[in-house]
Design a protein around this ligand. Sequence first.
Ligand SMILES: Cc1cc2nc3c(=O)[nH]c(=O)nc-3n(C[C@H](O)[C@H](O)[C@H](O)COP(=O)(O)OP(=O)(O)OC[C@H]3O[C@@H](n4cnc5c(N)ncnc54)[C@H](O)[C@@H]3O)c2cc1C
Length: 287
Amino acid sequence: MSLEASAGVDIPLYRPTHLADAIALLQEHEDARPLGGGQTLVSMLSLGYAQPSAIVALGNLPELRGISRSDDGSVRIGAMTTHAELAACRSFAGGQALLTSAASQIADPAIRNFGTIGGACAHGDSVADWPPALVAADARMLVHGPDGAREIKACDFFVNLLTTALKPAELLIAIVIPAIEGHGRYRKLARVEGDFATVSVAATAASAGGACTSVAIAIGACGPRPVRLAQAEALLIGRPFNEGLAIEVGQLLADAIDPISDVRGSAAYRKRVLPRLVAQSIQELLA
Ligand SMILES: Cc1cc2nc3c(=O)[nH]c(=O)nc-3n(C[C@H](O)[C@H](O)[C@H](O)COP(=O)(O)OP(=O)(O)OC[C@H]3O[C@@H](n4cnc5c(N)ncnc54)[C@H](O)[C@@H]3O)c2cc1C
């Protein structure tokens, strides 16, 4: 079987049912591309931005499917899980709710029904919603390639603009979300509903006796990769929470980001709105 790309070029399409065969195909065909939900790759093919020597569809690989919860509270998400499945998922507890919150704000229902968490992460777009959400959740990315399996922390997976830690012929197989206490929420500022983020804040937090006991905050769309700042999170731990403190934390993060100016907003605008957005997120989680 083959796919017709731009300019009438036929590209061989493979549908392996075993992980080892998929990896072998990716090794065999230089410049072969895995196919997830196709929401990004098919547009790139149509526009001529990608001209792979072969396409390896991942839909028949059981290792990449399903969502399962373990006894320790961690949740394993197969890379072929769609955004819509994650938005409707009931396996998350406590701060893991960040995941459903992020999934439900990606694009529009049509794209959520086909686009996968694996494809979105492998693409590594700096304005996408999964990178900050997974960095804030301390997710672990399970990868398989010619040299076997390896695990990469989400904070090390997203390396740069459209660049991840995946090596040639490696596939993202699954993502593991550890148990997270407290609450989680994804806050996205976009020009219109369904657009990519202008600025986003992924956060989880827990409190006891009026003071914050744990917190994680990752900023999206404000640089080539998500930004997380230990110093900003440490400022909240063990202290009685108030709005002034929340703004202070937001300002620290605004000072740490290095956004660009683009059609979605200027760098100055992004830096200006971030402190208030962070404060709203923390207030909502710790209230
Ligand atoms: C109009 C539009 C609006 C969008 N809005 C948003 C938005 O608001 N927020 C957001 O986050 N995203 C948005 N997206 C992107 C969307 O989330 C896509 O689902 C995502 O970018 C790609 O997922 P996919 O499964 O379709 O991957 P594909 O298009 O199939 O693949 C994308 C890339 O990843 C590679 N790949 C796929 N799966 C794997 C894997 N398991 N291992 C290794 N490599 C793999 C492919 O070879 C390709 O290079 C939007 C897309 C469109 C078209």
